[in-house]
Design a protein around this ligand. Structure first.
Ligand code: ADP
Ligand code: TRP
Length: 317
């Protein structure tokens, strides 16, 4: 039986954190053997906020290093950047023409931005459509992501049904989100969802000093014996039995518990950091990986677009 197709992406918008890792990136590594995998850097999505060429270039290179450091194997996974597959922008336009404004106005990301009175560019409004194009153009079966992306995969599913119905074809396959229980929403140091935009992250490649400082700064709820936020993050690194014992033994001793967590985070991050340092000077290798992956992803996308162009009636020869 042929392997299922996995696809996911992360935006090059700053340092990834343990929420990104446990919620999404780790799955790409764990699933690379059993799936035909496509992992990409969502640079066109990042353009909704990153509007500086130097920052964008560095962000892309950084994410490739991050992926390699956590164990993604470019021999097993097609690693590419989204902008090397311009066909997704073409497909997004086609989907735009099938999608209504009120439908997209119900998307969480748009609603949140609007509630915060942010300036919303058309790219941000259209974000879920480009993401649907990323997913559907590669005939994706599974999309490993964190909880905050569930709605985007639902939107992609709606588009499959709509496109296939309107043009009376079976061009697109229904993708499924893969969201791991217990990792769906990793909390940040302030108890909200850990997110680059909330300044509450523990970056995946932080130094020991940074980790100590960040863990010690975790906001604790003083009403109980167990600091819930500390324990929630700790659960990513240790099993329940170990933590039950530790948290019983150190009941009420928040500082000790934070120190224990800090040590566990350091033990986990330090080998990743070392591996990343070793890779840092291999810029040529990174370019080769991206070029090779980009060609594979683009060739597949172009073949799919030929079917799409035919389905909508613009492919005359
Ligand atoms: P951020 O919110 O920090 O900007 P991204 O939007 O770049 O993160 O998300 C990249 C991937 O990481 C997505 O699949 C997303 O669902 C996942 N992710 C982000 N934050 C978390 C979190 N706190 N817990 C679990 N998964 C997360
Ligand atoms: N929206 C995703 C995020 O913020 C990134 C992304 C873009 C993506 N296109 C995708 C994820 C396609 C999975 C599949 O993290």
């Amino acid at each position: 039986m042929s392997k299922k197709i996995l696809l996911s992406g992360v935006k090059p918008t700053g340092r990834p954190h343990i929420g990104n890792y446990f919620g999404a990136m780790k799955q790409f590594v764990d699933m690379q053997e059993g799936h035909e995998s496509y992992v990409f850097i969502a640079d066109l999505h990042a353009l909704t906020t990153v509007q500086n060429a130097g920052e964008m270039e560095q962000g892309i290179i950084d994410i490739v290093l991050d992926y390699l450091a956590i164990g993604l194997d470019p021999e097993k996974v097609v690693l590419f950047k989204q902008s090397d597959v311009p066909q997704v922008a073409e497909l997004a336009w086609i989907f735009n023409c099938l999608t209504t404004m009120p439908y997209l106005m119900r998307a969480h990301a748009f609603k949140d931005a609007e509630a915060k009175n942010k300036e919303i560019n058309v790219g941000l409004f259209d974000y879920p459509i480009l993401m649907a194009a990323d997913i559907l153009i590669q005939d994706t079966d599974v999309v490993p992501v964190g909880q905050d992306q569930r709605q985007h995969v639902e939107i992609a599913r709606d588009i499959v049904e709509k496109f296939n119905r309107i043009f009376n074809v079976d061009t697109f396959k229904l993708p499924n989100a893969m969201i791991l229980e217990g990792m769906a929403t990793v909390p940040g140091t302030d108890g909200q969802k850990m997110s680059k935009s909330y300044r509450n992250t523990i970056p995946l490649f932080s130094t020991d000093e940074e980790i100590k400082k960040l863990v010690m700064s975790i906001v604790t709820d003083s009403s109980g014996d167990t600091p819930a936020n500390v324990r929630a993050i700790h659960e990513l690194f240790r099993d329940k039995e170990y933590l039950d014992n530790l948290y019983a033994e150190k009941k009420g001793k928040y500082k000790d518990l934070k120190e224990a967590l800090s040590n566990d985070v350091i033990a986990f991050i330090s080998p990743l950091r070392t591996r990343r340092h070793e890779l840092e000077n291999n810029k040529d290798m990174i370019m080769e990986i991206l070029k090779k992956g980009g060609k594979i992803a683009r060739d597949r996308a172009e073949a799919k677009m030929e079917v799409v162009r035919k389905a909508i009636g613009v492919k005359l020869y």
